[in-house]
Design a protein around this ligand. Structure first.
Ligand SMILES: [Zn+2]
Length: 707
């Protein structure tokens, strides 16, 4: 289920090509189609029992021959970029991605261990161990072929009227993450009253990652659409359809999805909460989409008594109604067969997995080889039983000392923000007061949840991967639906503990740092404060400023969508954000594609504010900290150590294909600009490296400052 406003630190990686909420997610023409199994990643990899160590200030990752005042990113990350080519099974490679892979290798070891049947396993270990074992049992999965898909295909074939679509959708929505089947449905906090969880009906129904893919007219977009058509046909052929029929069906799918795409808002439009807030009664939703049997849909989801639904995009549901009316049932069946095979492909035999990979990872993102089986299986356990796996991860890796130190760092950065707000010259006192109140209301979540999720009702069998994935998804869906009409649980986490990422959720008004992101080289207990504040401190500051960015600033301290800015303050804020938008709009992502800074400015402003807050907090904490002889020998001043530590979180290599997807879907700018765009706005940086006015890393009088 999607969480509406979660602001991530980095885009989520592909979870084994599975279409998922925030993150993402395969064509080959004609007869000799399949990706050969030899294209599975064959790089020798092994489970880890100890996580590898890289310091939070790593000199070999630098390019000391580069001029820090000309290109600070090259100076701090040049060595890393050279030494860390993109592995063939990845769309991009980064400090974050590498750490995530190390966590996965570590979890692989844990899972191999608990996959062995033993009476000593705890209940939690049995669930994650058996799930992993079922996923690793390739022989069994191969022997089943397309068989696990047959029940849903039979259900689709048995549809006699369009009215019956509702029952099928209710069932499939529970069995599938995301909103691929016609539309999305779930629960979330009421924008107007964040204490309550209500039902949400979302736009959806697409197979490609964004509406823009259906509508853009450039050559590259047309090429992708052609390949998508081939892919859809191929997948349908794998279910047993004739070549001619599957080609016809693919064209039908494209027609329906294009109509739905046209009726969907753009990503930039979706950044405005007011565009997505349309609370209505079930009767009103029925009036928007009378051709869909909503009473049956609600009844099958156990929601016959709901009184309110937030229909995020009413126009979409109006358009959906027209589609239901005008498209013949036989065409809808083709569309549903596609979404059935698309959503289940990762749990089927290799021909499905490979074809899915070939389009969604290879064609779309430039990934060369399929990630190894173990890696995909670790990711599925993390997705489906994440807090059970996380419990094991935390117990083995996250110390009380790291928790105490990072909690302390968080508090210091909050104190720095309070100070900065008080000193702002563009904000009125009344708004400052409200901003500080909101700041005080921010909940800090560090490491892992206070209470672990109880998966005891999920039936996990060691020999049924397809069934395990389905049952775990149904568990997650029902859990979300059961929240409707109840007060919100503020203790919940939107990320699993091993995740190498962080987020701010304006409706919870909480900042969240999973254990996975609080490890070297990001947070390094062995290093001095300077690089740690530069790296993890900036991340904390980044998340915190999201409470006050273009999205977050529209919610109050309780998480309600409620304006607390005076028009004058809002105008001043918008002017400062515009400075950052103008700056980033000049940067090129790939080819001649520039950053869509209307999409990225929330993140760009968070990077800028977060880094300054971390700097201020560090100066308050202990600016005269003694360095070890080794640290001294590196020859950097403490201020330089701060900025190098800051920049080294973002070292990355990207495939051009993936950059093109990012240009459309990713609200974060490329790593290079998340560093150079920031330091060039900071006089503190100019001073630290003695850069001259006019140097590329010195914007001087053109500098932007929001927080
Ligand atoms: Zn962010």
């Amino acid at each position: 289920m999607k969480r509406m406003w979660i602001a991530l630190l980095v885009a989520m990686p592909l979870v084994a090509q599975q279409p998922k909420p925030a993150p993402e997610k395969p064509s080959q023409p004609g007869p000799p189609p399949m990706v050969a199994p030899s294209q599975v990643n064959t790089i020798p990899e092994h489970p880890l029992t100890v996580l590898p160590y890289t310091p939070s200030l790593d000199v070999p990752s630098m390019d000391l021959a580069a001029d820090p005042c000309a290109d600070f990113y090259q100076y701090t990350c040049g060595g890393w970029m050279k030494n860390n080519p993109i592995p063939p099974d990845q769309a991009s490679w980064s400090v974050y991605g590498k750490l995530a892979q190390e966590n996965e290798q570590f979890l692989w070891g844990v899972l191999e261990d608990v996959a062995k049947p033993s009476p000593d396993r705890t209940a939690v270990q049995q669930k994650i161990g058996d799930y992993f074992a079922s996923c690793m049992d390739e022989q069994r999965i191969e022997s089943l072929g397309a068989k696990p898909l047959q029940p849903v295909l039979d259900k689709i074939a048995a549809l006699k009227t369009k009215k019956q679509l509702a029952a099928l959708l209710a069932d499939q929505h529970q069995k599938d993450y995301g909103s691929g089947w016609m539309f999305g449905f779930g629960s979330d906090q009421d924008f107007g009253d964040a204490t309550q969880v209500i039902a949400f009906a979302h736009a959806g129904g697409l197979g490609l990652p964004d509406r823009d893919y259906y509508l853009k007219t450039d050559a590259k977009s047309k090429e992708i659409r052609d390949k998508y058509l081939q892919h859809v046909a191929k997948m349908l052929e794998l279910t047993g359809e004739s070549a001619a029929q599957s080609k016809k069906d693919a064209a039908t799918v494209m027609r329906i999805e294009t109509s739905l795409a046209k009726a969907s808002l753009t990503r930039v439009e979706r950044r405005n909460p007011y565009n997505l807030y349309h609370k209505m009664s079930p009767a009103k939703l029925e009036a928007l989409t009378p051709s869909f049997d909503w009473p049956a849909y609600f009844a099958d989801n156990g929601l016959s008594n709901i009184s309110t639904i937030n229909v995020t995009e009413p126009k979409f549901f109006q358009a959906l109604n027209k589609e239901i009316q005008s498209v013949p049932l036989s065409d809808w069946k083709a569309y549903l067969r596609w979404h059935a095979v698309h959503s289940r492909a990762p749990y089927l035999s290799s021909e499905f997995v490979n074809e899915n990979f070939a389009f969604f990872s290879q064609t779309l993102r430039g990934v060369k080889v399929l990630p190894a089986r173990w890696k995909r299986c670790v990711r599925y356990v993390d997705r489906d039983l994440g807090e059970a796996l996380g419990e094991e991860f935390v117990r083995r890796t996250f110390t009380a000392d790291t928790k105490a130190k990072t909690v302390d760092m968080t508090r210091r950065i909050e104190a720095a923000m309070e100070q900065e707000i008080k000193n702002l010259d563009w904000m009125t006192d009344a708004t400052k007061q409200r901003a500080i109140e909101k700041l005080h209301d921010v909940a800090n979540k560090v490491g892992y949840p206070d209470r672990w999720r109880d998966y005891s009702s999920v039936d996990v069998k060691p020999d049924d991967f397809f069934g395990n994935a389905t049952r775990a998804t149904v568990f997650a869906s029902r859990r979300e639906l059961a929240k409707i009409g109840k007060p919100v649980d503020r203790g919940e986490w939107g990320m699993t503990p091993p995740t190498v990422n962080a987020y701010y959720n304006p409706q919870m008004n909480d900042i969240n740092f999973p254990a996975g992101v609080l490890q070297p080289p990001l947070y390094d207990p062995k290093e001095d404060d300077a690089p740690n504040y530069g790296n993890t401190g900036s991340t904390i500051g980044h998340e915190l400023t999201h409470a006050f960015d273009d999205e977050g600033s529209q919610f109050d301290g309780q998480g309600n969508l409620k304006n607390w800015w005076t028009p004058e303050d809002k105008k001043n804020f918008d002017e400062r954000v515009q400075c950052v938008r103008d700056q980033y709009a000049q940067y090129t992502i790939v080819d001649d594609i520039k950053i869509n800074s209307k999409l990225t400015s929330g993140e760009d402003v968070a990077d800028l504010g977060g880094t300054l807050l971390a700097y201020v907090a560090w100066k308050e904490a202990d600016p005269n900290e003694a360095l070890t002889p080794e640290q001294q020998a590196q020859g950097f001043t403490p201020d330089q150590r701060f900025f190098i530590g800051f920049a080294q979180w973002a070292c990355e290599n990207e495939r051009p294909e993936n950059l093109r997807v990012n240009a459309i879907t990713n609200p974060h700018s490329p790593g290079k600009y998340r560093i150079n765009g920031i330091v060039s706005n900071m006089p503190e940086f100019q001073k630290a490296f003695n850069c001259k006015d006019g140097n590329p890393m010195v914007r001087g009088a053109n500098s932007c400052k929001v927080w």
